[in-house]
Design a protein around this ligand. Structure first.
Ligand SMILES: [Zn+2]
Ligand SMILES: [Zn+2]
Length: 383
């Protein structure tokens, strides 16, 4: 990456009393000068900030607005500027949110902090911390490759890299987007010719907008569930070019849905809300569709393997591109990926998962999905 120059020397907010006395009472402590794994999430003691904390803290740096990363109730938040509209939808107007542009360093108690595109959802960021020659990057969730609905992922060199591992198994390999969207468009067009509605489920934050950007709007009208529409509006506020949509709720009774594509969050599936669409064909867009049997378990007609996370080769490529000598693995199949890296000579360790019941797994349920695999540690993220 390009060398950084400090253009804006500001603290995150007024210094608050030291906080986090409880942060070092777990056994398997992973520590560096800059970053510690604590029972409240990742903590930088020098800057006195938490990254994606699990509980409300005074100062939170948030990688992105999915519910398992964005803890409500913090006194102040720092997010990437692109992420402000979606963060506002999630936290409301009263939350104290500071923003910083991607790549623009700020100083926090002497720590140089900057955010870099993670390619996951609008405003998603990797957090880079630099202090006295040490550089740590916390990835949050990430998806390498070009992105139509958010800034594309950029690898950031560091000594210690904290990587997600939501799809950290070798079976997870994604097809090119063009192939996935061609399949979705063919499904929709076939249904439209039979005057059958196409009801497609995907996470309200991120996936729904990516689907919207990828479908062919000449096939028919596109309608949205309310939980999807308010985040579509936030994406539009952030300049995303998305085809026109209309909220289902604004349509009169007796609307003919034949030929339409309706985009809704997974939790709306088999709810009374879907009855109006009659014998719609149903589909689900998710990385979990790579697992055989998921379509049947989720009781949908079609599964489309479309993820906002890195697949297995993507994880390995990104980790290699950071040049990190030490890798901490968070989120998902942590022990599998950490072991794979250790066996190939990288100092890697799995971070503990957030304790069950801590934090906010399901706010409006829109961003969160259990995924079909109970053995996936902490795999509740929008996938
Ligand atoms: Zn996420
Ligand atoms: Zn996540």
């Amino acid at each position: 990456m390009a060398s950084l120059s400090v253009t804006d020397v500001t603290g995150l907010c007024t210094p608050l009393p030291p906080y986090g006395a409880a942060w070092c009472d777990t056994d398997d402590m992973t520590t560096s000068t800059l970053l510690q794994s604590t029972d409240r999430g990742l903590y930088c003691p020098v800057a006195d900030i938490y990254i994606d904390p699990w509980v409300a803290v005074p100062r939170a740096v948030v990688t992105h607005a999915h519910a398992d990363h964005l803890q409500p109730g913090c006194a102040s938040y720092l997010v990437a500027r692109d992420g402000l509209p979606v963060t506002r939808v999630r936290l409301g107007e009263d939350a104290s949110i500071q923003t910083v542009a991607y790549g623009e360093p700020i100083l926090v108690n002497g720590v140089q902090l900057s955010l870099h595109p993670a390619g996951h959802i609008l405003g998603s960021a990797q957090v880079r911390l630099a202090y006295q020659g040490e550089v740590v990057v916390v990835s949050g969730d990430y998806r390498p490759g070009p992105s139509a609905t958010c800034a594309s992922f950029e690898p950031v060199r560091c000594q210690t890299f904290v990587s997600e591992s939501t799809f950290g198994l070798p079976i997870f390999r994604w097809e090119p987007d063009a192939e996935v969207f061609a399949a979705i468009n063919t499904w929709w067009a076939t249904n439209a010719r039979a005057s059958r509605p196409s009801l497609l489920f995907g996470y309200a934050l991120g996936k729904a907008q990516r689907v919207l950007a990828g479908v062919d709007p000449t096939i028919g009208p596109v309608y949205t569930h309310g939980a999807v529409e308010r985040l579509v509006a936030a994406y539009r506020a952030g300049d995303a070019a998305l085809p026109p949509t209309q909220p289902v709720a604004e349509r009169a009774r007796g609307t003919d849905w034949g030929g339409a594509l309706i985009i809704a969050p997974p939790w709306a599936h088999q709810s009374p809300w879907t009855r109006r669409f009659g014998a719609a064909s149903t589909g689900l867009a998710s990385g979990w569709m790579r697992i055989r049997g998921t379509r049947r378990r989720r009781a949908v007609d079609r599964g489309f393997v479309l993820s906002d996370h890195a697949d297995w080769p993507g994880l390995l490529d990104v980790i290699a591109a950071t040049g990190a000598s030490e890798v901490w693995v968070a989120h998902g199949y942590t022990s599998v990926l950490a072991r794979w890296l250790r066996e190939r000579g990288t100092d890697a360790r799995a971070l503990p998962a957030r304790p069950a019941g801590m934090g906010n797994d399901r706010d409006d349920g829109a961003a969160v999905d259990a995924g079909p695999l109970p053995q996936a540690e902490g795999s509740e993220a929008g996938a």
